[in-house]
Design a protein around this ligand. Structure first.
Ligand code: KMH
Ligand code: ZN
Length: 302
């Protein structure tokens, strides 16, 4: 099996500071968490910005620039900037910072969808519950818009014009077919790094059968031209990423995806989650990729 890529998604745009005092929101906090995650073994850092005053997700390039150069200077990790931003941002807002920063890598969400969290993903007291009620009240009428034209625009602006490679976020089987469509149009070249996303309300649920089926179809559509990684929301994070590692895939952890380190216990740092998944995958016999390995495996511009 290949070396394993550990991505750490440091803060995201879903969780709020009221859910965990450990969620990094200032430039100092995001830098400290990102550097800690890289030192613990994350070769890729998936980054969003926050407004330090409110903790709200921010698309302001100035907020990104508060931490991007510092993380770059302190680590060799691959910096992967989100183009998903938050579902309430416009596409222009979402692209402002990636266009300016010209990262080696950025995310690309492969379809429009409803977007909410199951309560168990976010609240400690619900950790033991199953996932039945939508969590974010204001997400009841929210569409995370990623039309084919939006996707084509990001492939052009970030890929063709700026040389970025992508973390293709696939929340559903249909998103794999959307990626294949853009491959057929000649808009993106292999190798493809596909992130299978589990446990967002609006995407596929965190069932192991969904992972095996996603891999079966991705094998059919992309053959040897792709690598898959898994992220899963909340308490499904470690079970599903461990399963991915056992299947030869890659893993993503971080406070964007789960605030927890164990049942009923908040993670204090992103690094804690990296250390945990690293221990699991190394116990399975997987070797953790360095940032240089990641650049080679993903064909990054460096
Ligand atoms: N928040 C995750 C479910 C993005 O930033 O483009 C997916 C994500 C999207 O990371
Ligand atoms: Zn993200």
């Amino acid at each position: 099996m290949s070396k394993i890529l550990i991505t750490c998604a440091v803060t995201g745009s879903i969780h709020t500071p009221s859910m965990s005092p450990h969620l990094p929101v200032t430039a100092d906090q995001i830098t400290e968490h990102a550097v800690g995650a890289a030192e613990a073994g994350a070769s890729i850092l998936h980054l969003h910005a926050r407004d330090p005053e409110t903790g709200q997700p921010s698309a302001d390039p100035a907020h990104f620039m508060g931490f991007l150069p510092r993380i770059k200077q302190a680590t060799g990790a691959v910096l992967n900037i989100s183009t998903g931003g938050s579902a309430v941002m416009t596409l222009d807002q979402r692209l402002a910072a990636p266009k300016l920063a010209e990262p080696e890598m950025c995310s690309l969400n492969m379809g429009s969808m409803n977007f909410a969290l199951y309560p168990a993903a976010a609240r400690i007291e619900d950790w033991k519950h199953d996932w039945e009620q939508p969590f974010l009240e204001n997400s009841d009428d929210l569409v995370f818009k990623n039309t084919p034209r939006d996707i084509a625009g990001i492939l052009q602006t970030m890929g063709k014009e700026r040389g970025a490679r992508f973390e293709f976020e696939c929340y559903d089987l249909s998103h794999l077919y959307m990626l294949r469509h853009f491959v057929d149009r000649g808009m993106v070249e292999p190798p493809f790094f596909i992130q299978f996303v589990f446990g967002v309300l609006g995407g596929m649920g965190p069932d192991p059968e969904n992972l095996t089926h996603m891999k079966t179809i991705a094998d059919k559509l992309f053959g040897k031209d792709y690598m898959f990684s898994v992220l899963a929301a909340g308490r499904h994070q470690i079970p599903l990423t461990s399963m991915a590692a056992a299947m030869g895939g890659h893993v993503r952890v971080g406070l964007e995806d789960s605030l927890m380190i164990a049942r009923g216990q908040l993670a204090r740092t992103n690094a804690e989650q990296v250390v945990k998944i690293r221990r699991i995958v190394e116990d399975m016999g997987r070797e953790v990729a360095s940032p240089e390995d990641a650049r080679r495996m993903l064909g990054l511009k460096g």
